[in-house]
Design a protein around this ligand. Structure first.
Ligand code: ZN
Length: 303
């Protein structure tokens, strides 16, 4: 039987929130079967928010949750790492409202989970198996999931920027064949330097700097050490998609395709999927077949 997974021991990280600029302590704690990924706000009376599509309330620049009057922001890179490593159950304690941005990718979270180790649990792991094509559109942007025996993401972005155009704006990653750790986890978030002032005036991007994001000038990138992948931009957007899809409550078996998508469209897609019960089924598996093995194949490998 393919089993649910948690981490072996408690691990901690500390960093700033990219939007709040606040220093936050984060602790990942092992959790029992069927617990899911749950955030706990130590600074808000220990109130908790379940990492599920039903609680998404922030989708503009990042994905955030709210439940019982308590918010948790910028969860997507941590969710991406947990999804890719197949960690179903973990309690995430925070002493502020935003998950630390670390280096702008999911690699520090992957490393944190690797340091904790992964433990299989008694309960069967539940996969979200896509049965019908579900598509959402917003202007020229669209996103869809369709049946596929495995997990695959095809994304096209379309930025009018010399460096992004050169880097390649379309990519398919088939996670049965390609390693999340090697191909995706190190891709950093990015933004235009010219937008930073306006964002900061609005109380956003207060923690953003070149240690946690790729900064774009009109023609180039400003980070002295350059890019981590030649196509790091589209790879980061795929990293975000892996994180957002995990809000369905389990690892997905299907093919996500999108054009100019973001957290908002991903949230619309999740709501569309969950509102059409014939479009998916929740399955458990007796054996670890290679198409469903994508989430765990290489969790112990080096980044
Ligand atoms: Zn991101």
């Amino acid at each position: 039987m393919v089993k649910q997974r948690t981490i072996k021991k408690t691990v901690k990280a500390r960093g700033v929130g990219i939007h709040s600029g606040k220093l936050v302590n984060m602790t990942l704690i092992p959790a029992e079967s069927d617990h899911g990924v749950v955030f706990k706000r130590l600074d808000a009376g220990g109130r908790q928010v379940h990492a599920h599509s039903a609680f998404v309330n922030e989708v503009v620049l990042s994905t955030g949750l709210e439940s019982q009057g308590v918010k948790v922001s910028t969860i997507e890179h941590l969710m991406s790492a947990l999804s890719a490593l197949g960690v179903d159950n973990v309690l995430v304690e925070l002493d502020s409202f935003e998950v630390p941005i670390m280096d702008g990718s999911s690699a520090p979270f992957v490393f944190l989970v690797q340091s904790a180790g992964i433990e299989e649990q008694e309960a069967p792991k539940r996969f979200i198996v896509i049965k019908d094509t579900i598509r959402v559109e917003n202007g020229e942007s669209w996103a869809q999931v369709s049946p596929h025996n495995g997990f695959k993401v095809t994304l096209e972005i379309d930025f009018e920027h010399k460096k992004i155009k050169e880097s390649g704006q379309k990519l398919t990653i088939d996670f049965a064949e390609q390693s999340y750790l090697k191909e995706i986890s190190r891709a950093r978030t990015f933004g235009y330097e010219r937008d930073v002032e306006a964002l900061q005036a609005g109380g956003l991007a207060l923690g953003a700097n070149m240690d946690n994001a790729i900064a774009l000038s009109d023609e180039d990138i400003l980070n002295e050490d350059g890019m981590r992948y030649h196509n790091e931009f589209v790879k980061h957007k795929i990293l975000d998609i892996v994180g957002d899809l995990f809000l369905l409550g389990g690892n997905v078996i299907g093919h996500y395709e999108g054009y100019k998508t973001g957290h908002m469209l991903n949230d619309q897609l999740l709501s569309a999927i969950l509102s059409q019960p014939q479009a998916f089924s929740i399955e458990t598996y007796e054996e670890l077949e290679s198409p469903i093995h994508y989430y765990s194949e290489d969790w112990q490998n080096e980044l």
